[in-house]
Design a protein around this ligand. Structure first.
Ligand code: ATP
Ligand code: MG
Length: 178
C-alpha cells in the first residue's frame, strides 16, 4: 500500500448513454498513477490485444490494460464465444481484486456481461463488496445493474446531450474515441 492511499477504497460507477465513461476512468487511472498508486484496467468485449490510444499510452507508462474480447457488437456471430471470453475475463478481474495488490482496478464495459447474464450479478457485486478494503474499483458501461449500483459509493450518469456520430454522422476518430 502506498502512503497516499485512502484506507477505504471506493466503488465508482460511470454509467449512462453519453460519451465519457471510459475516458473518465482512464483519467482517474492517470491521476492515481501520478500519486504512486498501482493501477490496472480490464476491458470486456473490446478485442483481445486492442491497440487504441489508451493501450499505446499504457504500454509506454508501464500500466496494465488487459483487453479480452472479440470486439462484440449486436451483429456478433458467435455469442457463446463472446460470453465465454467475458467469463474468462471476469476470472482475471476477480483474481486481481482478491490479490489486493492493485490500488485502483477499472472494469471497463463490465456492465454489459452482467446485463446479458453472462456473469452472475450477485457474484460480481459480492466480489466487489467483499474486496480487500483499501482497493478502489471503477466499473464503466451503460445500464449499470441495480445490484452494482447498490454497492457503489459514487455513481455518475453521463447524459447524452449531443454526439457527433448521431447528430452529424461523424465517424469514430483516433485519439478521441479509440
Ligand atoms: P469513451 O470511451 O469515449 O469515454 P464511453 O465509454 O462513454 O466513451 P461507450 O459506450 O463505451 O462510451 O462507447 C464507446 C464509443 O462509442 C466511443 O467511440 C464513443 O465516442 C462512442 N459513444 C459514446 N457515447 C455515444 C453516444 N451517445 N452516441 C454515439 N456514440 C457514442
Ligand atoms: Mg466505454
Amino acid at each position: 500500500m502506498t502512503d497516499t492511499q485512502i484506507p477505504n477504497g471506493l466503488m465508482i460507477i460511470n454509467t449512462g448513454d453519453g460519451k465519457g465513461k471510459t475516458t473518465a476512468a482512464l483519467g482517474l487511472m492517470m491521476r492515481a498513477w501520478g500519486r504512486g498508486m498501482s493501477v490496472k484496467m480490464f476491458q470486456f468485449l473490446k478485442h483481445t490485444g486492442a491497440r487504441f490510444g489508451e493501450h499505446r499510452t499504457a504500454e509506454r507508462a508501464g500500466i496494465s490494460i488487459e483487453s479480452r474480447g472479440d470486439g462484440f457488437t449486436w451483429l456478433s456471430k458467435d455469442m457463446d464465444e463472446t460470453a465465454a471470453i467475458a467469463i474468462d475475463q471476469w476470472a482475471h478481474c476477480k483474481a486481481a481484486i482478491n490479490a489486493g495488490e492493485t490500488d485502483l482496478i477499472v472494469l471497463d464495459e463490465a456492465t454489459y456481461p452482467v446485463t446479458y447474464g453472462w456473469l452472475d450479478a450477485d457474484e460480481v457485486a459480492s466480489t466487489i463488496a467483499n474486496r480487500p478494503p483499501h482497493i478502489h474499483i471503477v466499473v464503466t458501461g451503460r445500464d449499470a445493474h441495480e445490484k452494482l449500483v447498490s454497492i457503489a459509493d459514487v455513481v455518475t450518469e453521463m447524459e447524452d446531450v449531443k454526439h457527433p456520430y448521431r447528430d452529424y454522422g461523424f465517424k469514430a476518430q483516433p485519439g478521441l474515441d479509440f
